[in-house]
Design a protein around this ligand. Structure first.
Ligand code: ATP
Ligand code: LTN
Length: 335
């Protein structure tokens, strides 16, 4: 009889420890990580190797890596149920990345918009790591034979190149890697800056009023939402040209589960002041349990280190299986 006992699908994602994540990172990616953890076998990583591409100050990187690890656990991810780890603790990522570099064309890496954006923004440090960044990301994903990768819309192109690299490798050497699918939420996939709703909300925005950090105090969240840029129509409705209101509606919908239609109905005849107040309250409520848990975890460093060690061990075990397979297929001489 055919074995119908379905194995759970595998989910992998990662986030760079480049600062406290924003509401954009949360609604676009991290909230889905938590939701998916109930139904899938999930692996979540702090992508510290990726963040070296922007040359962070070493002490800051060390601190931010542990903070980001605590942030992931504070989302409510159970370190026993999910594999939560720090990328550089699993050397197989860098090893597979090298092999995949040799299955990636220079031209396709050069077309990545993130590479073009980052090299324009930081012309003083256009390093080769920045160029091969998507190949390391492909290794992160392919090592675990991931089915789904929850990401924000800006990472879609990196998922496409991951699939292209995997497909090419499979064609040349025989079936080795599963082709992963992106998982991009319908709302929240692109949260925009509160000050310039044409730009994505980003933790590296020099104007802190543009983003809400996941660790902002309640009163700061309220202030930032109240000063969000809107328009002069004074009607809460989702429509072209109303980028500020559309963005707030997206945020509100993500936090409350209400549809745009319902939101429009609820705020019919009310002004932007009332709406902003409601959005602010919803965001404060959404982030409060997370912030409390984060504080608690940061006070227990020994526990964090224990979880990180366990996560690395479990991840390395799975990663080695795929790495060995890829090494064998390419003809690397194995003992
Ligand atoms: P930076 O601002 O430093 O360039 P970032 O805020 O884009 O970084 P990343 O670590 O690159 O953060 O992204 C982590 C995850 O959050 C990714 O899946 C990314 O797609 C998602 N993400 C980032 N910004 C947003 C946003 N404004 N809206 C929705 N998702 C986002
Ligand atoms: N490039 C991603 C972070 C990242 C990632 C990954 C996401 C590194 N490795 C693997 C998904 C899967 C970013 O900047 N957001």
């Amino acid at each position: 009889m055919e074995n119908t006992a379905e194995r759970k699908k595998i989910v992998l994602s990662a986030i760079q420890p480049t600062g406290t994540p924003t509401l954009g990172n949360y609604l676009g990616a991290l909230k889905n990580w938590k939701n998916m953890s109930k139904d899938y076998d999930c692996l979540y990583a702090v992508a510290d190797l990726h963040s070296l591409t922007v040359r962070p100050e070493p002490q800051a990187l060390r601190r931010q890596t542990l903070e980001m690890y605590a942030i992931l656990l504070a989302l409510g991810l159970d370190p026993e149920e999910n594999i939560v780890f720090i990328q550089s603790h699993v050397p197989q990522h860098a090893q597979l990345a090298w092999i995949l570099n040799c299955s990636t064309q220079f031209g396709e890496a050069a077309r990545m918009t993130q590479f073009k954006d980052k090299s324009e923004k930081h012309p003083e440090n256009v390093n080769v790591g920045l160029f091969t960044y998507p190949v390391l990301m492909a290794a992160d994903i392919l090592l675990y034979q991931a089915d789904y990768v929850p990401i924000g819309a800006d990472q879609k192109q990196h998922l496409e190149i991951t699939r292209d690299i995997a497909e090419r490798f499979n064609t040349v050497y025989g079936n080795t890697f599963k082709l992963p699918e992106p998982f991009i939420g319908k709302v929240g996939a692109r949260v925009m800056s509160l000050q310039d709703p044409m730009q994505k909300m980003s933790k590296s925005d020099p104007n802190p009023k543009g983003f809400i950090s996941m660790l902002d105090e309640d009163n700061v969240i309220v202030k930032k939402i109240k000063s969000a840029v809107t328009d002069s129509e004074a009607k809460v409705r989702y429509a072209e040209g109303k980028d500020g209101i559309n963005n707030l509606m997206g945020i509100y919908s993500c936090c409350t589960g209400l549809s745009y239609e319902q939101i429009e109905k609820d705020f019919d005849g009310k002004g932007y002041g009332d709406f902003k107040q409601a959005v602010a309250e919803a965001v404060v409520c959404e982030l409060r349990p997370f912030k409390e848990e984060f504080k608690r975890l940061m006070a227990d460093k020994a526990y964090l280190l224990e979880c990180a060690e366990l996560g690395a061990e479990k991840a390395a075990h799975l990663a080695q299986r795929t790495l060995s397979k890829a090494m064998k297929k390419t003809g690397l001489f194995m003992l």
